[in-house]
Design a binder for this molecule. Structure first.
Ligand code: 6PG
Length: 255
């Protein structure tokens, strides 16, 4: 029986700021609990534009509330472009968050872009992950995800052969989307995380979110539907416009 999404998995807030404030507060609590329990917190950041408001809140409001010395930042996906390229997810996180907090440089693990061959870059990042996590699959404490209007998440696009990769932790995305090329964590990695949190805002995402939450949606057409942690928490942090097509949505301001 596929995991049912219950009202408790949906965290709906009136607007982007409210959603990101609530997620930031929960992330800080989770990070501190992980660091107290196991001495570190490993998180894979999402990209695109949605997380900008979240990163700004973490930088401005929580820069002293997080044990940055024990936090290791990775990426769920990134574009295969120089780290100063405007489309780089790493660049966005650096400008909005990393340059404003006291995280050690050695705790920041961007996807490598200095290889001529993107498959070598994927293998290199996988080797980096294998130096931080046990095998056969890494267990991130938290993986943040966004949702594309086409139902993609990370850089797992509809009908992509990468969706079916079960042999790699990191894959090169060559043909499924317009340039640039991308690197992405694979589904088994995402589904092995202890906590997977989607942050989805805006009415443009409402149809894709409805499909992602609907039993029977084919993950080939909506990869976000394939995100079902095997032994972990899945939460959907939403603003009201993104949740506008969901029946029986919890009242805004949280479940
Ligand atoms: C990326 C992201 C991608 C993103 C969605 C939503 O590199 O583009 O990882 O999965 O989360 O495309 O993007 P927006 O937040 O810009 O709508």
């Amino acid at each position: 029986m596929e995991n049912m999404v219950t009202r408790e998995d949906l965290r709906v807030y009136s607007d982007v700021q409210g959603t990101c404030e609530a997620l930031a507060e929960a992330l800080v609590a989770l990070a501190n609990a992980c660091c107290a329990r196991q001495g570190r917190f490993t998180v894979a950041l999402s990209g695109g534009k949605t997380p900008e408001a979240l990163f700004r809140i973490l930088a401005e409001k929580y820069h002293d509330a997080l044990p940055w010395q024990k936090i290791h930042l990775f990426w769920g996906d990134d574009r295969f472009v120089p780290h100063d390229d405007p489309s780089s997810n790493y660049r966005m996180a650096r400008l909005i968050l990393l340059d404003h907090v006291s995280i050690p440089t050695g705790n920041i693990h961007p996807m490598p872009i200095f290889f001529r061959d993107i498959n070598e870059a994927a293998a290199d990042y996988e080797a980096t992950l294998k130096s931080y996590f046990e095998q056969p699959w890494p267990r991130f404490d938290l993986i943040l995800l966004g949702l594309g209007a086409d139902g993609h998440t990370a850089s797992l696009f509809p009908h992509s052969e990468v969706l079916r990769r079960r042999d790699r932790w990191v894959a090169a995305v060559l043909a499924d989307t317009k340039p640039p090329l991308r690197l992405t964590l694979t589904l088994p990695v995402i589904n092995n995380a202890a906590h997977v949190w989607f942050l989805i805002t805006g009415a443009s995402k409402a149809p894709a979110l409805l499909r992602a939450l609907t039993e029977g949606t084919d993950p080939e057409t909506c990869p976000a539907r394939a995100v079902r942690p095997t032994n972990g928490e899945l939460l959907w942090w939403l603003d009201a416009p993104a949740a506008s097509l969901l029946r029986q949505v919890p009242d805004p301001e949280g479940a």
